[in-house]
Design a protein around this ligand. Structure first.
Ligand code: MEV
Length: 317
């Protein structure tokens, strides 16, 4: 049987993280300049599944993993969803340029990519909706109660307006958007941050409801401006989103600092992206300023930084 390879993008949330968990709208775009790749091959002389993850220096056999291990829960979920009984002996090779626990969708990319890779290797022709459904189940094992925005934007690989429980809606972006993504270098655990927001919400439900509603309103307003191509307004909305995220308690000094640097050097707007308390910021910038903002971020604490463009026909350039 020939081997089978799949690559999927990372993602960034432009508007609405956290509020999206509570049913408010959010906007995310795929990031095709960072990728997770999985290659599946048969292991004819062996009976178990072997997982080799180059980034983590792992070479594991499925039978040695505890039942809670992400590789085990992911493979079991795919196996059950495909109704294939026990999978044949496979070698699963994983490599990735998506930084882990940094808000850029590494766990959802793994869930989507593994679903595509195993189903494709076995000859299933699943559509994006079916892939997404399985990937979401895998995400539930990792994150408890994810909104589903990460696996959806990665499964479809299109700019997405998302509301939990509703079919995905894809955006026609009018003008190309230049984004800068900059890393604080601090790992941030989505499950814990989402749980912290939930705890704080129980302490002050009225205030949190207002904050989440305001974040949702910004995402709705941003959708109109993305479709109209009004980048200046989008920048302002992004910075407003950041102050609401600060009030939710999910920013930190390092994220605030990178947001300040981006704005000081001319970004149209900037905010944390993903669950916060570490990870990356995203900034909307004018093309002309992109390189100078990137070098300012790298000189002022960003551990990594890249420029990426989302084009009119919904693809990253
Ligand atoms: C994580 O990328 C985004 C959060 O809104 C969690 C979720 O949507 O499941 C923080």
């Amino acid at each position: 049987m020939p081997s089978f390879s799949v690559s999927v993008p990372g993602k960034t949330i432009l508007f609405g993280e956290h509020a999206v968990v509570y049913g408010y709208p959010a906007i995310a775009v795929p990031l095709n300049s960072i990728k997770l790749n999985i290659k599946i091959s048969a292991r004819p002389t062996d009976s178990d599944i072997q997982i080799i993850n180059k980034n983590r220096g792992e070479n594991l056999l499925l039978k040695d993993l505890n039942p809670e291990h992400i590789y085990k829960t992911a493979i079991d979920t795919i196996q059950n969803a495909l109704h294939v009984g026990k999978l044949p002996a496979l070698q699963i090779g994983i490599s990735s340029t998506i930084p882990i626990v940094s808000g850029l969708g590494s766990s959802a990319a793994f869930a989507v990519c593994l679903t595509k890779a195993i189903s494709g290797f076995l000859g299933f022709k699943l559509n994006n909706e079916q892939i997404n459904e399985i990937a979401y189940k895998i995400e539930i094992y990792q994150h408890g109660s994810p909104s589903g925005i990460d696996n959806t934007v990665i499964s479809y690989n299109k700019p997405l307006y998302f509301k939990k429980g509703f079919p995905p809606s894809f955006l026609e972006i009018k003008s190309p958007i230049t984004l800068i993504i900059a890393d604080t270098g601090i790992h941030a655990n989505t499950k814990e941050t989402v749980a912290d927001v939930k705890k704080n919400m129980q302490i002050n439900p009225e205030m949190f409801k207002i904050l989440l509603e305001e974040i949702g309103n910004l995402a709705d307003y941003a959708k109109i401006n993305l479709e109209n191509g009004d980048l200046e307004t989008l920048g302002k909305l992004m910075s407003e989103n950041q102050s609401l995220l600060q009030k939710l308690g999910v920013s930190n000094d390092e994220l605030d600092h990178l947001v300040d640097v981006a704005l000081r050097y001319g970004a149209l707007g900037a905010k944390l992206c993903g669950s916060g308390k570490g990870g990356n910021i995203v900034a909307i910038v004018e093309n002309l300023n992109a390189e100078s903002i990137k070098s300012a971020l790298l000189k002022n604490g960003a551990t990594n930084c890249f420029i990426t463009k989302i084009s009119v026909n919904c693809k990253e350039l």
